[in-house]
Ligand binder design. Structure first.
Ligand SMILES: NC(=O)c1ccc[n+]([C@@H]2O[C@H](COP(=O)([O-])OP(=O)(O)OC[C@H]3O[C@@H](n4cnc5c(N)ncnc54)[C@H](O)[C@@H]3O)[C@@H](O)[C@H]2O)c1
Length: 355
């Protein structure tokens, strides 16, 4: 197996908690360098992983000569760092969102093409256990044709880091939106056609959105109804609700399982539609009893996608990327279209006032 000499840029939350341990535990990767301007984080990484540590990417690229550069740095740095990596002959695995906007993402894609290098984005929610489990339930066709997917992520938090600011590519549309929109589009299996979006800054201490409402109609006619709300005192539950023509699926977070409720249309008793303008017997509804069936599908019975395992094939030219670059670009297009539709609806300005 080829061992990819790998450098991690950014030793913050996702770099430290996900990328480093994954690289360290996967056989096909050789952790060869880390980059961060914070010297205490470099020392911590050198101590824990025995790896060469650098305060900036250019000096790392000069000395380490990696095959792969993993970008876990703040989003607005991804494009410039990816371009440096490509120019040095490396492939790039960047965390989501790949860039603050579509134009910058396109710059990264063009640079990868120009240098003949590989580029892929870490968009993990579609490979999570709950989504893998959902896909296997949908494949059974129990609930009929899916016409609506509702997905939420809620919390109450006063955002105070770089993600609180628009100038840093922050905001929850970019941050959690890159997860929820990607997962919903993946489950729907159709391109986003009509896109509406509302953005608000409510509890954040910055100026970027922390309340996001997106409604998308896909080319295959499915409505995606997405709420990302960081100013919600109580959760909007269930986090997932998939509605089909004769049933629905809800994620039960306490049971860590999907709950299905559906009926078989072949088992419905005959019912004649009325033609006149007087409801028969002044009745509300037909009074019919549906032959509902119920089942529970534990999420723990499926495996999440092994992102680093699968990506090794992509970076060594023997397999596909977990998420095709065209799909990551499409996600960036949808995020841009959301911002365009929302217009100037983020309500707080940088000096803390609202408008
Ligand atoms: N896929 C996920 O589930 C997930 C989760 C969290 C964050 N992210 C993404 O990962 C990226 C990093 O987010 P985070 O939450 O880990 O941020 P963070 O603030 O926790 O960490 C950022 C790190 O980058 C370092 N850094 C700053 N400037 C740098 C530079 N010029 N070169 C190298 N390193 C530099 C900082 O010192 C810090 O250690 C963002 O794009 C974010 O959207 C993805």
């Amino acid at each position: 197996m080829k061992h990819l000499r790998t450098v991690v840029v950014g030793l913050g939350r996702i770099g430290w908690q996900f990328h480093l341990p994954q690289i360290d535990s996967h056989e096909g990767y050789l952790l060869s360098g880390v980059v961060d301007p914070l010297s205490d984080r470099l020392a911590e990484a050198a101590d824990k992983f025995g790896v060469a540590a650098f305060p900036d990417l250019p000096s790392c690229l000069r000395q380490v000569l990696p095959d792969l550069v993993v970008l876990a740095s703040p989003t607005p740095l991804h494009a410039e760092q990816a371009e440096m990596a490509f120019a040095a002959g490396c492939d790039v695995f960047t965390d989501k969102p790949m860039a603050p906007d579509l134009a910058t993402a396109d710059r990264m894609i063009a640079a990868a093409q120009h240098h003949g290098r590989r580029l892929t984005v870490y968009q993990p929610e579609r490979g999570s256990r709950e989504v893998v489990c959902l896909q296997s339930i949908l494949a059974q066709g129990l609930i009929g044709d899916v016409y609506m997917i509702k997905h939420t992520r809620t919390q109450y938090t006063r955002r105070e880091d770089w993600q609180a600011w628009r100038r840093h590519g922050g905001g929850m549309l970019n941050n959690y939106g890159a997860h929820l929109l990607d997962a919903c589009l993946h489950v729907a299996g159709g391109k986003a056609e009509k896109i509406t979006c509302h953005l608000r800054a409510i509890a954040t201490l910055g100026d970027a959105d922390d309340v996001v409402k997106v409604v998308i109609e896909t080319q295959n006619g499915i409505l995606l109804d997405i709420d990302i709300n960081m100013a919600s005192a109580q959760p909007m539950l269930p986090r997932w609700h998939i509605l089909g023509s004769h049933g629905s699926l809800q994620l039960d977070d306490e049971a860590h399982a999907w709950r299905a409720r559906w009926f078989d249309p072949a088992e419905l008793p005959p019912l004649t539609v009325q033609q006149g303008l007087a409801a028969t017997a002044r009745r509300y509804g037909s009074g019919e009893k549906f032959p509902w069936q119920e089942a529970t599908f534990p999420v723990s019975e499926v495996q999440e996608v092994d992102y680093y395992g699968r990506s090794h094939g992509y970076f060594t030219g023997t397999g596909e990327a977990v998420v095709a670059l065209a799909e990551s670009r499409e996600l960036m297009r949808v995020l841009d279209a959301c911002r365009t539709d929302a217009g100037g609806s983020v309500a707080r300005t940088e000096d803390g006032s609202t408008r």
